[in-house]
Design a binder for this molecule. Structure first.
Ligand code: NAD
Length: 269
């Protein structure tokens, strides 16, 4: 950590070496936050730390496999202590995606996807709780996805993991409100990152891959600093991009058979 300072807000980000996590780390650093960037990719973390250093920001980076609850507890604890005992924002971002027909992908890969995308979030929430509780106006941001609107063909297992993220977000936002902790979820549609580099499904064909990592980073920062109206409305889920907003609104008002039909058509299935 270059400049520990208990007066500065702090943010812990999993999967910070690349993609959405990296763009988010840099965006919070530009806003003056002390940034904790953690990932299994230590080469990517080194360049992230250098970039934050060059902009005069403060960061601490380190190896973290989100599926390892002991390592998660150690990393979150060390970071929060170094940041003056405070944790303002916890971002459970690390995730993987495997696309294809369910039975054609190997089962070990399905289970790994569940471990990282769901157990990784549980580990992050559990480790961060005491520090979030002791920090005023703290917030958790979980990376869900537009695939949590309706189960997605060719992304069945991934989509199911994002329903898990949706559920745990809603429940803990209620449960932890007595501790003053907001728990929210971001719902992007496809984003141009390494995750989507080589994927081709019915919905990538029909909807395209339009969002950038910076679009999501900006939406995350805005969601952690809500307007008075948003705070009063207590928004929990944040669809990102106009396509996602239309799909979310459509799914709320259309009957189940129509939602299924639209999803089937979009998936070309
Ligand atoms: N890219 C999209 O289209 C999209 C859309 C909606 C939601 N999301 C979600 O956003 C999050 C970030 O996705 P991205 O597009 O930036 O992906 P990405 O592949 O660009 O980056 C993911 C990062 O997570 C790290 N990671 C993977 N396994 C890890 C583990 N076990 N422990 C710690 N770090 C690990 C990787 O090393 C990488 O740096 C994911 O949760 C993803 O599901 C992505």
């Amino acid at each position: 950590m270059t400049t520990p300072n208990a007066d500065r807000r702090s943010v812990f980000i999993t999967g910070a070496a690349a993609g959405i996590g990296r763009a988010t780390a840099l965006t919070f650093a530009r806003k003056g936050y002390v940034v904790g960037g953690y990932d299994i990719d230590e080469v990517g973390l080194k360049t992230l730390a250098d970039e934050i250093d060059q902009m005069g920001g403060s960061s601490q980076t380190g190896h973290l496999d989100v599926t390892d609850s002991d390592e998660m507890a150690r990393c979150v604890g060390e970071f929060a202590e170094a940041a003056g005992g405070r944790l303002d924002v916890m971002i459970n971002n690390a995730g993987i995606l495997r696309a294809g027909r369910f039975e054609e992908l190997d089962v070990a890969g399905h289970l790994k996807e569940i471990d990282i995308n769901t157990k990784g979030v549980v580990n992050g929430l559990y480790a961060a709780f005491p520090y979030l509780r002791d920090t005023r106006n703290s917030v958790v941001v979980n990376l869900s996805s537009a695939s949590a609107i309706y189960g997605q063909a060719e992304l069945a297992n991934y989509s199911a993991t994002k329903f898990f993220v949706r559920g745990i977000t809603e429940a803990l936002d209620i449960e932890w409100s007595r501790h003053g902790i907001r728990v929210i979820a971001m719902w992007p549609l496809y984003v141009q990152t390494a995750m989507t580099d080589n994927i081709k499904t019915g919905t990538t064909d029909s909807l395209g891959i339009r969002l950038t990592a910076q679009d999501i980073a900006d939406a995350i920062v805005a969601a952690t600093e809500p307007s008075a109206l948003r705070r009063a409305l207590h928004q929990v889920h944040f669809p990102v991009g106009s396509q996602t907003k239309v799909l979310v609104a459509g799914s709320r008002f259309s009957p189940a058979w129509l939602t299924r039909l639209v999803n089937k058509k979009l998936a070309h299935s």
